[in-house]
Design a protein around this ligand. Structure first.
Ligand code: FE2
Length: 355
């Protein structure tokens, strides 16, 4: 399977991964043939990309690091917590804690989790899907930093609810399509303090978990908000979540801007290591992100085009690829696979949307 932007989807293509609604109901089953009406529906729902199967990619299996059920439960837990904050100014932490337990448990069973699959976000699921992603990525990083299950659950709970304070920010500012005025930006910034208050009052949540809501926008060089903390004054949990938060936002399509490639996002994190972020944690996190995810089309220094079929964990820049097109643009009759760790003279020059 491979990911394809909805603009490139054509009638007759085969859907490779089931598409779910926000609450986990099936919208379209894997295996179904694309029709114009489905493509229009994707646009309506704000779905920018889907996974398809074709003769070049059908044997490439891309698996998520947690189960679909747990991912939907996580999204719904955040949604319910946010809804009940808006409507009754209170929330039940229990369901959130339950799903956090499942996420930690599932991730602890994966050896060296590497994220290859990007979940499909719809317009209405963005905030909740983003929160779930930040939680998964933070937890994977915590695991590779040697955290035990107890500490992981504290980290994961705060990561899942890091933006809960946004429920106290007026919607017209939160969803303003244009540029924010300085005054409006000051109001947005308050979601950190609001989030901290909410978690502190929710009972049974550790101080460090609550600090995540308060300090996930602090920057390593002291230029963040709300407190302007610097370096290790920022609790380690928040240093982890701040990186996951920025990374997931950068690699997600939004209505007002296109996402950037994973390889570019990773480069961005590295270049801002020790300025905006804790470089040691950036290094830990990116070990678990596939720079060229399975099923990605890449162009090569030879002029050929290839699709990524396997990753080399030790050398993330050098995946195993299947040559698809020659330097003149013609398709190869049979697809040869090469491991780029054995071909030092060939480099990946670009990531392609489609060919
Ligand atoms: Fe935030």
């Amino acid at each position: 399977m491979r990911k394809i932007s909805v603009d490139k989807v054509r009638e007759g293509m085969l859907l490779a991964k089931t598409i779910f609604s926000l609450d986990g109901n099936i919208l379209l089953n894997a295996g179904i043939k694309m029709k114009e009406s489905y493509i229009n529906k994707f646009r309506e729902l704000g779905i920018f990309e889907i996974y398809i199967d074709d003769n070049i990619s059908s044997d490439i299996v891309i698996e998520d690091v947690i189960s679909d059920e747990t991912r939907f439960e996580a999204r719904m837990a955040v949604k319910k917590a946010m809804d009940s904050m808006v409507h009754s100014n209170s929330m039940d932490v229990k369901p959130v804690r339950n799903v956090v337990g499942k996420i930690v448990e599932e991730l602890l069973t994966v050896q060296d989790a590497v994220i290859n699959l990007q979940d499909i976000k719809t317009l209405d699921s963005y905030t909740f899907a983003h929160s779930a992603n930040v939680c998964v990525l933070s937890t994977i990083t915590g695991i590779s930093m040697g955290y035990d299950a107890l500490k992981l659950k504290e980290l994961a709970l705060g990561a899942l609810l890091h933006d809960i304070g946004k429920t106290k920010v007026p919607n017209e500012i939160l969803n303003k399509p244009g540029q924010l005025t300085p005054e409006e930006y000051e109001v947005i910034k308050k979601h950190t303090k609001y989030g901290y208050e909410i978690l502190k009052q929710s009972g049974d949540i550790s101080a460090y978990t609550s600090y995540i809501a308060l300090t996930h926008h602090e920057k390593f060089n002291g230029e963040g908000y709300p407190l302007g903390l610097k370096g290790k004054e920022i609790h380690e949990f928040s240093r982890i979540v701040s990186i996951a938060d920025v990374y997931d936002a950068m690699t997600s399509d939004r209505v007002y801007r296109k996402k950037i490639n994973i390889s570019e996002a990773v480069e961005y994190l590295i270049s801002l290591g020790n300025y905006q972020f804790d470089y040691d944690i950036v290094r830990k996190m990116i070990e678990h992100i596939s720079i060229y995810p399975l099923g990605t089309y890449v162009s090569l220094s030879t002029g050929e085009i290839a699709i990524v079929v396997d990753t080399n964990k030790k050398y993330p820049n050098r995946p195993v690829i299947r040559l698809v097109r020659d330097a003149n643009g013609g398709f190869y009759e049979s697809f040869k696979e090469i491991d780029l760790t054995s071909y030092n003279n060939i480099v990946i020059t670009d990531v392609l949307d489609d060919i």
